[in-house]
Design a protein around this ligand. Structure first.
Ligand SMILES: Nc1ncnc2c1ncn2[C@@H]1O[C@H](COP(=O)(O)OP(=O)(O)O)[C@@H](O)[C@H]1O
Ligand SMILES: O=C(CO)[C@@H](O)[C@H](O)COP(=O)(O)O
Length: 510
């Protein structure tokens, strides 16, 4: 039987799926790993953990699907975007990888804008402003703060591309993930030599950049042995998790928007041309579809806020089979608006619409009448308001939104999907096979292996929506009234967040 694998190296864990060429899921396996926060604002992972999880989940999925080694024709890679893996000439990891939700690089973002000749010039070169989560500021941070490690660094790779290196021995990336480095000329789909020059970075630091469905190599003998596959198995470019999730959702044409509730929250829209938001609130990146682009708004702590709530305030539920479903049930027992309680989901700072590494989470409006259920409801609503902030910017740019396709761990909850329909004021569908980014890159592998002529053809053949939830008129009215109140909270608290950050910085680092 011919099969394809999709591997998604997420923030909370790695998920691998095996599909047949018709897109039917044969098996899936996942493995979790930790995220380390050695200092306030820092977020790091060990690339060895990703590799261990990849080996474990590929072996697991292949075994569950009953595949023979030679059945697996191709692999697509997806992963958390923007993270930096610093490697020396021997291919040794120089220090832990710095992740997308790490906020240490505010000074480097200013440095980049200044070296680029201002924000406008920067956006002209790479279609995006400098944001703390992106990769280029992390490289400058290493140069400014760990000069010995910078001297040792010969190559910088994104998370999924470090896995590619271990699979194929090739140093390569592809356009969708490369867009999030801030070093890609997004309009031309190639590294920006002018920006690299202005930043004083050597172009050799970066790997070769492919289109997403192109074959970037085959498994090395060692990798084939570790995974239980053959050296004929090809590895295609793949995609950053946002573009990969959009392919898995069939967002490959105008008018369809996808929302993702993973650790982060993403509102993603397809574009035929590389449009930019004049205020820089949305990211403009290459789509994983050749010659196409996308825009997206990203809220950093979406389902991550619910995860935090479960860890910090619901330990008593830790033995439950699905602690999140239990918490959502508690929320459902309270009314829309949580009796006046609001939550700002900025636990790890924010990107869209407020690019502010110092923003923090907050409950506002607590009274003695509020229960844990109200607090969970406020968390779910706060995260969904944040998605609406992203969607309204997309609407402001004149994009018509015919349909929303919801994905990510949070979209497993029908109640949270209904809340999306009510708050976003649009019809929201789940996917029949909600395998997220792993499905997207398995389809890219199918295209790379010649099973389909194009990604559009693969999506048309495979991707199907499930239920379509309509907004409830009464709840929608309530949320339309609550939204302006939510929007007042960040501006009111902004200066306090900066003061809090100052207070929590140890004196010797000030
Ligand atoms: N049944 C559920 N109801 C609501 N939220 C859920 C449910 N199951 C998982 N989640 C949320 O989804 C998150 C995991 O989402 P996922 O897309 O796997 O994240 P990532 O890709 O960042 O690793 C969990 O932390 C949790 O907040
Ligand atoms: O920073 C972004 C996109 O710009 C995030 O979407 C990361 O790519 C992490 O994704 P999840 O682990 O939340 O899926």
């Amino acid at each position: 039987m011919r099969a394809l694998l999709g591997i998604d190296i997420g923030t909370s864990g790695t998920k691998t799926i095996a599909i047949n060429p018709a897109g039917e899921v044969l098996a899936q396996a996942s493995a979790a790993y930790p995220c380390h926060h050695p200092k306030p604002l820092w977020s790091e992972q060990d690339p060895e953990d990703w590799w261990r999880a990849v080996v474990e989940t590929v072996r697991g999925a292949v075994k569950k699907a009953g595949l023979k080694p030679a059945d697996v024709a191709g692999i697509g890679l997806s992963g958390q975007m923007h993270g930096s893996v610093f490697l020396d000439r021997e291919g040794q990891v120089v220090r832990p990888a710095i992740l997308w939700n790490d906020q240490r690089t505010a000074a480097e973002c200013e440095e980049i804008e200044s070296l680029a000749g201002g924000r406008k010039r920067l956006v002209k070169m790479v279609s995006n402003p400098a944001l703390t989560g992106f990769t280029a500021p992390k490289i400058l941070w290493l140069r400014n703060n760990e000069p010995k490690n910078f001297e040792r660094t010969a190559t910088v790779l994104l998370p999924k591309d470090d896995v590619r290196r271990r699979l194929t021995g090739e140093l390569a990336t592809e356009v969708s993930d490369a867009s999030g480095t801030l070093l890609l000329d997004v309009a031309q789909r190639k590294w920006s030599a002018p920006l690299l020059g202005k930043l004083g970075l050597d172009a050799d630091l970066l790997p070769r950049c492919y289109e997403s469905e192109e074959v970037t190599g085959t498994l090395t003998r060692d990798a084939a042995q570790k995974l239980g596959l053959t050296t004929d198995c090809v590895v295609v470019g793949g995609a950053g998790d946002c573009a990969a999730g959009a392919i898995g959702n069939g967002v490959v044409m105008p008018g369809i928007v996808s929302t993702s509730l993973g650790t982060s929250g993403v509102v993603f829209v397809y574009s035929d041309t590389p449009e930019t938001d004049p205020e820089g609130r949305l990211h403009t990146f290459c789509h994983a579809v050749r010659g196409k682009w996308h825009m997206m708004g990203v809220t950093l702590s979406a389902a991550g806020s619910l995860q935090w709530f479960a860890d910090a305030l619901a330990k008593d539920l830790s033995r439950e089979k699905d602690v999140f479903a239990r918490l959502v049930e508690e929320a459902e027992a309270t009314p829309p608006g949580a009796d006046g309680l609001f939550f700002l989901p900025y636990l790890t700072g924010e990107r869209t619409p407020h690019a502010d590494p110092l923003a923090r989470g907050a409950f506002v409006g607590l009274t003695p009448a509020h229960t844990r259920g109200h607090m969970v409801r406020a968390v779910l609503e706060g995260v969904t308001y944040s998605l609406r902030d992203c969607l309204d910017i997309i609407r402001e740019m004149g994009v018509s939104v015919r349909q929303i396709r919801a994905t990510g761990g949070g979209a497993k909850s029908p109640a949270w999907r209904q809340m999306q329909a009510d708050v976003l004021a649009a019809r929201v569908s789940a996917m029949q096979a909600d395998e997220g980014p792993a499905m997207g890159v398995a389809l890219l592998a199918a295209v790379g292996c010649g099973e389909y002529k194009s990604i559009r053809e693969a999506c048309d053949a495979v991707v199907r929506t499930a239920d379509g939830l309509k907004p409830d008129a009464k709840r929608r009215k309530h949320y339309d009234r609550a939204m302006p109140v939510y929007r007042q909270l960040y501006p009111s608290l902004k200066n306090s967040f900066a003061a809090i950050a100052e207070l929590s910085t140890p004196a010797k680092r000030r």
